[in-house]
Design a protein around this ligand. Structure first.
Ligand SMILES: C[S@@+](CC[C@H](N)C(=O)[O-])C[C@H]1O[C@@H](n2cnc3c(N)ncnc32)[C@H](O)[C@@H]1O
Length: 270
């Protein structure tokens, strides 16, 4: 099981456990439990409170909460009926969000991640609120072919999401991914991207050490080689890019943040 996907689920469980959550992900805690990791991520405020590194975990959960809600709202505002989650991990938006009628949500990730997710969802008798189609494929290969075979329609405008993906791709794979996304996008398509490889280099040392305690060796699993800026890349392909900051999200959702230097943006194709 991919530990990074479990880490994000743990943060979503924490938010779900709090007062006035920005979203509710009823499957997140169960993913963490079922993953059976030797060092288990806390999934409640009580569990976090027992740890010495509580503040690092809270910091992670706070940013993940803003990111999740912002991207939930991104899909609501896009209101498109074809959606692709690039590296879906344990994202449960197919089950949580109110999608337009007839909406198809494609979830791309490695086969074992999607299989694990399916087992947990089946055990919970979860019902998707859309036509959900898992697409097991490595995003460094010809994932576009797999997506088309799964029924993706390149003539329909698409809402794409690359959330927590780019740092895991070598530069050439990232460039190909953006090019392929562009090729498969009809006019009116939109994409949201959360975090670039450059953000990983600037990650907070204390938070990195907490994550390492759960077996996530950021230096080993991420690619930080210099690469073409994803925003500039999409802009050169004709996409209109809109950037935002975590500080702005904190304001928008009533959760003021200390400065957090992550890069995220949405882009649309006219
Ligand atoms: C940090 S998790 C983010 C998951 C999800 N987007 C979320 O925010 O909850 C990173 C995900 O990227 C997936 N991933 C990384 N490299 C990949 C690749 N080459 N092909 C497909 N999936 C990949 C991992 O399996 C994992 O589920």
């Amino acid at each position: 099981m991919d530990v990074t996907a479990v880490a994000v689920a743990a943060s979503r469980a924490i938010e779900t456990d709090g007062n006035h959550p920005l979203f509710e992900d009823d499957f997140a805690a169960e993913f963490v439990r079922a993953a059976g990791l030797s060092e288990v991520f806390p999934v409640s405020h009580t569990q976090i409170g027992r740890r010495e590194d509580a503040e690092n975990l809270r910091a992670l959960a706070r940013v993940t909460a803003l990111r999740t809600r912002f991207l939930d709202d991104y899909f609501a505002e896009a209101a498109l009926d074809q959606v692709v989650l690039l590296a879906a991990g344990l994202d449960t938006r197919a089950f949580r969000l109110a999608w337009p009628a007839g909406c198809t949500v494609f979830e791309i990730d490695h086969g074992p991640v999607l299989d694990f997710k399916q087992t947990v969802l089946d055990d919970a008798d979860a019902r998707a609120r859309c036509d959900r189609r898992p697409v097991p494929v490595d995003l460094r290969t010809d994932w576009g072919g797999a997506l088309l075979r799964a029924g993706f329609n390149p003539r329909r405008p698409t809402a794409w999401l690359a959330e927590g993906l780019l740092p895991f791709l070598p530069p050439a794979a990232e460039e190909k991914l953006l090019d392929r996304t562009d090729e498969l996008s009809a006019p009116g398509s939109t994409i949201a991207v959360w975090a670039t490889a450059a953000d990983i280099r600037g990650a907070d040392a204390a938070v990195r050490s907490t994550i390492a305690g759960f077996g996530i060796d950021i230096d080993r699993i991420t690619h930080t080689e210099p690469r073409r800026d994803a925003r500039a890349h999409l802009a050169s392909l004709g996409w209109t890019v809109t950037e935002s900051t975590v500080d702005e999200l904190g304001e928008r959702y009533g959760r003021p943040q200390r400065h957090h230097p992550v890069t995220f943006f949405t882009a649309t194709l006219a």
